[in-house]
Design a protein around this ligand. Structure first.
Ligand code: MN
Ligand code: MN
Length: 464
């Protein structure tokens, strides 16, 4: 090695760059690869918030967590979970230090953009049977045509029985699709702005093409489809009014690239942070501070309702937990720290114009610490304090975690928010940390295995 020049030494001292992990620590790819095997399985098993909660609780039970009981006297190292209506789960490990010294919160969301069925979804038109949908969250509608879809959800029957539906995931099961025009006849559609490539009321899903064979029936194609659904699940048209059915991409998560360095799959925003948070929480068995991991839903529609982050569910759970230790919740919140674990937009070399390169996050550079989100002048953003940035960076660096800093795109290019603000409002120091994602909110999102693995490592450093 030639001797470093003064300029090189000074530059090392004064300048800063987040390294590409594949260059700085190429050996870590092996661990990342191993970690992501479980991650891909989780993506396939848990395509909706309900399925996420079910999968998470299965893992929690295996790892010594029991259902939270407000009357119970818990000791350091005890592990509990609270199932909020099957769509939101809170898990906690009691820390060595009293709750009056604060908890370590990690909040991630388990809902993803998708197409929900309307309350009255089944119809026929010109000899085809369809579902009407109402999209959920921010989607680019044109991306959802001509891609295989699967049907997931629950239906409450009139007799109070709950039917769970998952159709289109197995190779042997039928799938569903939204049609689009052929290029030969799309000259006029091509003139539409891209956001109207497919319009909301054109997101109609084909569910059948055979008629019920009887002259007297007015809508034989609709009836035939209803009969098939009734044969499978015992449901009727009226039951859709008591249902939550989500149409999601049927594709399985997989490796991408000849080097297998990337993961492709639906719903990685934000199940990638939910999975890494869950794994890290389960791995930290004797935390100094009580760890509380929240997997919430409805983030993509603003976190409303009793299972979203704006709900009091977490507050109530923490109140019960604190009461058991005779601690005032407000003393606990004031001293707590929170990672709002959500994805950020990875720099995309094909579309460089929307990014400000010096403040973007990149694939393979580790989890991205996002000080603030928002749009039009940081509007609605939590904007973490310098003091809290110091704490989180210190924790990651002490554990030799690779990480990077980033904003969401150029100033005034667009923007978005996360659930950080809701924890901030509860008097908790909060910052966003998560995985860089390409093609976010599309039916097939892209992450890098090294980033997924190092996000897990960052969460472990935080929980420890
Ligand atoms: Mn999102
Ligand atoms: Mn998200």
């Amino acid at each position: 090695m030639p001797k470093k020049t003064n300029g090189e030494k000074l530059s090392e001292k004064l300048t800063f760059a987040c390294p590409n992990i594949a260059k700085a620590a190429p050996k870590d790819m092996k661990e990342a690869e191993k970690f992501c095997r479980g991650y891909k399985e989780f993506l396939d098993e848990a395509k909706t918030e309900r399925e996420c909660v079910t999968a998470a609780i299965k893992l929690l039970k295996k790892n010594g967590y029991t259902e939270f009981d407000a009357e119970e006297h818990y000791q350091p190292g005890d592990r509990v979970y609270y199932n909020n209506r099957g769509k939101n789960v809170i898990l906690a490990t009691i820390g060595e230090k009293p709750l009056s010294q604060g908890a370590r919160f990690n909040i991630a969301h388990i809902d993803s953009p998708r197409l929900d069925l309307k309350p009255n979804p089944v119809y026929e038109q010109d000899e085809l049977a369809y579902f009407k949908t109402h999209y959920y969250g921010g989607i680019r509608k044109y991306q959802w045509g001509v891609t295989p879809l699967a049907m997931h959800g629950v239906v409450m029957l009139k007799n109070g029985k709950k039917v769970e539906i998952s159709l289109g995931e197995r190779d042997t099961e039928p799938k569903f699709v939204i049609s689009d025009l052929l290029p030969h006849l799309s000259a006029r559609q091509n003139e539409r702005p891209l956001k109207e490539g497919l319009k909301g009321e054109e997101l109609n899903i084909i569910i059948g093409s055979l008629p019920y064979d009887e002259e007297e029936v007015k809508e034989p194609f609709k009836l035939h489809a209803l009969k098939m659904l009734n044969d499978l699940y015992g449901i009727t048209e009226a039951d859709f009014l008591r249902a939550e059915i989500e149409m999601v991409p049927a594709a399985k998560a997989c490796d991408l690239g000849v080097d297998r360095s990337l993961v492709g799959g639906y719903g990685q925003d934000d199940r990638v942070c939910a999975y890494t948070a869950l794994m890290a929480a389960m791995d930290v068995k004797k935390p100094e501070y009580t760890t509380v991991t929240v997997l919430t839903e409805k983030e993509e529609t603003g976190s409303p309702g009793n299972t979203g982050m704006q709900s009091r569910a977490l507050e109530h759970f923490m109140a019960d937990l604190c009461e058991g230790f005779s601690v005032k919740p407000r003393d606990m919140y004031r001293k707590s720290m929170c990672l709002s674990s959500d994805v950020n937009a990875a720099y995309d070399p094909t579309f460089p114009d929307v990014y400000e390169k010096r403040n973007s996050c990149f694939l393979n550079h580790g989890p991205v610490l996002t000080k603030y989100t928002g749009a039009r002048g940081k509007n609605g953003s939590n904007d973490a304090s310098a003091e809290f940035m110091y704490e989180v960076i210190r924790m990651m660096e002490e554990e030799k975690v690779y990480w990077q800093a980033g904003e969401l795109g150029k100033v005034d290019e667009g923007g978005g928010g996360t659930i950080a603000v809701f924890m901030g409002n509860m008097d908790v120091d909060t910052v966003d940390l998560g995985v860089p994602v390409l093609a976010m909110h599309s039916p097939f999102e892209i992450t890098a295995k090294l980033d997924v693995y190092y996000t897990y490592r960052a969460f472990k450093a935080f929980y420890k």
